[in-house]
Design a protein around this ligand. Structure first.
Ligand code: MLT
Length: 273
């Protein structure tokens, strides 16, 4: 892990491999370990996977907005890979953050990979549900969060439940959820509830974009991501069978193949001045 000091906290960043950087932004309420299935890509890329502020080993101050998390990610990239443009890949919350990195720091971004995520803001009902969940976690701790989230994160079909990696993946996700501080959970839920709609920003076109969705994702389902892919000029959606909301962890081999093919098809990256 590398330390990246920021003005008000220090980010811990998992940094392995070599070559062009791939910035991996984790979902809620997880940490860089959700990308453990992507270590196989370290032979061809430098993988930079921060524990976003408040999460994992970064600890410290809780997040206040997805824009702040995007500025943190940009600062980490600038500090660890000066002059580079990264492929920025984010899952769910990490996908919201990746979108803001692309809009707020376009010079740092060669391409985007948006995984099990969406462009839209929360509906009023979704906001109320996050508020209610935050109150329950404050009263009873992160066990409540694990109970609420785990049944919805992984694919439910029998064939998906039967894969060799499933037990270890669920245990890892449970450990990450239980280990996230309550203050981070409540702050992140507020940040998720107040994040802006990004549809307009992406309709104008930004960078080459791949969307990836688990065929059994019930949080950001394929229909939702297909509608988003239709908004972003030139974007392509890949739907991965037997996966839910945790595609990179549920089927690392399929996910890594998609990612590698997408990156190989990008134009050669110019370094920033
Ligand atoms: C995540 O996986 O990061 C969350 O499901 C994001 C969300 O609830 O919108």
């Amino acid at each position: 892990m590398r330390d990246v000091p920021l003005a008000d906290t220090t980010l811990r960043v998992h940094d392995v491999g070599g070559g062009e950087p791939l910035l991996l932004l984790h979902g809620f309420p997880l940490d860089h370990r959700m990308w453990s299935g992507q270590e196989a890509l370290a032979g061809r890329h430098r993988l930079l996977a921060p524990d976003q502020r408040g999460f994992g080993r970064s600890g410290g101050s809780a997040p206040s907005s997805v824009e702040q998390l995007a500025d943190d990610a940009a600062a980490a990239l600038t500090a660890l890979a000066p002059g580079a443009r990264a492929v920025v890949c984010g899952l769910s919350l990490g996908g919201y953050v990746a979108q803001h990195v692309a809009i707020r720091h376009p010079d740092l971004v060669a391409a985007l990979v948006l995984v099990d995520t969406k462009l839209e803001a929360d509906t009023p009902d979704a906001r109320a549900a996050r508020h209610d969940l935050a109150a329950r976690v404050q009263r009873a701790g992160t066990r409540v969060l694990a109970e609420a989230m785990l049944p919805r994160l992984f694919a439910a079909s029998a064939v998906a439940r039967d894969t060799p990696q499933r037990g270890a993946a669920e245990a890892l996700v449970r450990a990450m959820i239980l280990g996230t501080p309550v203050a981070t959970v409540t702050a992140a839920l507020a940040a998720l509830a107040t994040r802006p709609d990004m549809t307009g920003a992406f309709a104008a076109g930004t960078v080459p974009t791949l969307l990836v969705c688990g065929a059994e994702d019930v949080i950001t389902p394929p229909e939702r991501m297909a509608a988003d892919a239709a908004v972003i000029p030139g974007a392509r959606l890949a739907v991965v069978p037997r996966c839910g909301h945790m595609t990179p962890l549920e089927d690392p081999a399929a996910f890594n193949t998609l990612l590698a093919e997408f990156v190989d098809g990008l134009p050669r990256r110019e370094r920033r001045a």
